[in-house]
Design a binder for this molecule. Structure first.
Ligand code: NAD
Length: 508
């Protein structure tokens, strides 16, 4: 694992040392079992968002290299699909062990390239690790069905077969979790895979691939091609790729959904979000405010399940002041600092976009209760930092409400009744997740029945299902009919009751 050794040497570099000039390494592709430097003449800088240091250079893979990766995956398929399921599972068992051993290195890589706090980076890896653990039980998951004597002397059985070469296209916000949503399940089923990591933070994918190879994944079963639009379009158009997993924005997701479907591929496309937290006045104030802070500002708001919009019903609006006080106390700094609550946003362009949306809210008549736009972080003056920001009195016609902000900005709205709040949420075009905060069982039940969102939380701010269920999505947040990881579901629901019996999680 040469590349891992190389990464390890960067990873041991402290932020102070890393300001010294150094030759940024080139991120390799993985083709047919070899980590190879691209012959491309075009490379993009991977930038540490807290310092603007160039961490590495990622290639725009050439068409020949892309074809070589698909050809390697196609060649590896017949042998791999006929490899016993127990052997394939055992590779995942070893893989999960290696991920655990390399957790700190992986986390430091994510914090360096993506900016999130080390704690969030560990969470990023851990949620992906759970999918690898899930894949270790693939034999049971892949079982088919059998019915004897459907007609006189005729028995019928169905089997779950691998498709062939599959591909995954990843966003920047979870550099370990999202690749791990994709390839472990696909390859353990017997497919081979082409992974296209985000060009903004490709390092974690390469480290994970090295660990998967070390765990025993045969050459050609997992391949990595870096790049942007051209590489993605090549994936959509390629005749040998049978299925595409995508996670990212709506613009890219709908383009990929249409283009890959036109070539007859199966597609699962998880896209943007505007998740609402509905707060009833009977909720537990302390727990609710803490949940809103963690879910709104954690990972600098760059989570597809971030609770970016709060709808206060009736008197709950008076809690806004307390929310502002607590948000002010959050520490914004480089993610590798031990006391960091939130790190920078991914790029200068992202910061500009977020600041423009905050200003649009002000121009449209919202009240800026907390403004994080001009924050200066000592020691990291060049970083793309935005402090926690709270807009109040937001209405559905405002741009800051209609657009996904994807930054540390909480948009607060007011509803006079529970029904009005539900209607506001259901009119939003997105439907990734939604949460209610209440102590009323009747209100909780109504919410879970009436809300049009893929993941629903009851006193659970980020109701992401564990891999034995599946990650879903509704309305503009999802296109396709096969969900990521576990069983195919339309909605998952999670509930936390503040009582002596404390935690009850269930799925309908
Ligand atoms: P993005 O769409 O910009 O990029 C995602 C991938 O698509 C990248 O690999 C990129 O190279 C490629 N891409 C981008 N534009 C393209 C185009 N025009 N043509 C072809 N390929 C293109 O997304 P991002 O900024 O990296 O990630 C943030 C987005 O991802 C947010 O909208 C967030 O809500 C969403 N997201 C959704 C989920 C979910 O499960 N629903 C999970 C995580 C992130």
């Amino acid at each position: 694992p040469q590349f891992l050794a190389l990464r390890s040497s960067w990873l041991s570099t402290s932020p102070e040392q890393s300001t010294q000039p150094q030759m940024p390494p080139r991120v390799p592709n993985l083709i047919g079992g070899s980590f190879v430097e691209s012959q491309s003449s075009s490379f993009i800088d991977v930038i540490n968002p807290a310092t603007q240091e160039v961490v590495s250079k990622v290639p725009l893979t050439t068409n020949e290299e892309f074809k070589a990766a698909v050809s390697a995956a196609k060649q590896a398929f017949p042998l791999w699909r006929n490899t016993p399921i127990t052997t394939r599972q055992r590779v995942m068992l070893k893989f999960q062990e290696l991920i655990r051993k390399n957790m700190d290195k992986l986390a430091m890589n994510i914090t360096t390239e993506q900016g999130k706090t080390l704690k969030d980076s560990h969470g990023d890896i851990f949620r992906g690790l759970e999918v690898v653990e899930h894949a270790c039980g693939m034999a049971t998951l892949q079982m088919g069905e059998y019915l004897p004597n459907v007609s006189n002397g005729v028995d019928t059985y169905s089997i779950r077969e691998p498709l062939g070469v599959c591909a995954g296209i990843c966003p920047f916000n979870f550099p370990a979790m999202i690749p791990l949503w994709m390839f472990p399940v696909a390859v353990t089923c017997g497919n081979t895979f082409i992974l296209k990591p985000s060009e903004k933070d490709p390092g974690a994918s390469v480290i994970l691939a090295e660990l998967a190879m070390e765990a025993g994944l045969p050459d050609g079963v997992l391949n990595i091609v870096h790049g942007t639009n051209d590489t993605v379009n090549a994936i959509c158009d390629d005749e040998d790729i049978r299925a595409v997993s995508f996670v990212g924005s709506n613009t890219a997701g709908m383009h990929i959904y249409a283009r890959a479907a036109a070539k007859g591929k199966r597609i699962q496309s998880n896209m943007g979000a505007k998740n609402h937290g509905l707060v009833l006045p009977d909720a537990n104030i302390d727990a609710t405010l803490n949940a809103l802070l963690a879910a709104g500002f954690g990972a600098a708001g760059q989570r597809c399940m971030a609770l970016s919009t709060v709808v206060f019903v009736g008197d709950a609006k008076s809690w806004e002041d307390k929310l502002v006080e607590r948000a002010k106390a959050l520490k914004v700094t480089c993610g590798s600092e031990p006391d960091a609550d939130l790190g920078p946003v991914i790029s200068k362009q992202a910061k500009e976009r977020i600041c423009r949306l905050i200003q649009s809210g002000v121009d449209d008549g919202a009240k800026l209760l907390l403004d994080g736009r001009d924050i200066v972080v000592p020691g990291y003056e060049k970083g793309n930092f935005i402090g926690p920001t709270i807009l109040s009195g937001v209405t559905p016609d405002m741009e800051c409400y209609k657009e996904e902000i994807f930054g540390p900005v909480l948009v607060c709205m007011q509803a006079n009744s529970f029904d009005e709040a539900i209607s506001i949420i259901n009119k939003n075009k997105y439907g990734n997740g939604a949460a209610i905060f209440t102590s009323s069982g009747a209100a909780a039940r109504k919410f879970q029945m009436d809300i049009e969102a893929g993941q629903i939380g009851i006193n659970v701010p980020i109701p992401v299902p564990l891999p034995f269920f599946s990650f879903t999505g509704n309305k503009a947040s999802f296109a396709g009919d096969l969900n990521f990881y576990g069983k195919i579901l339309v909605t998952t629901k999670q509930k936390k009751i503040h009582s002596p019996f404390s935690l009850l999680i269930y799925i309908l």
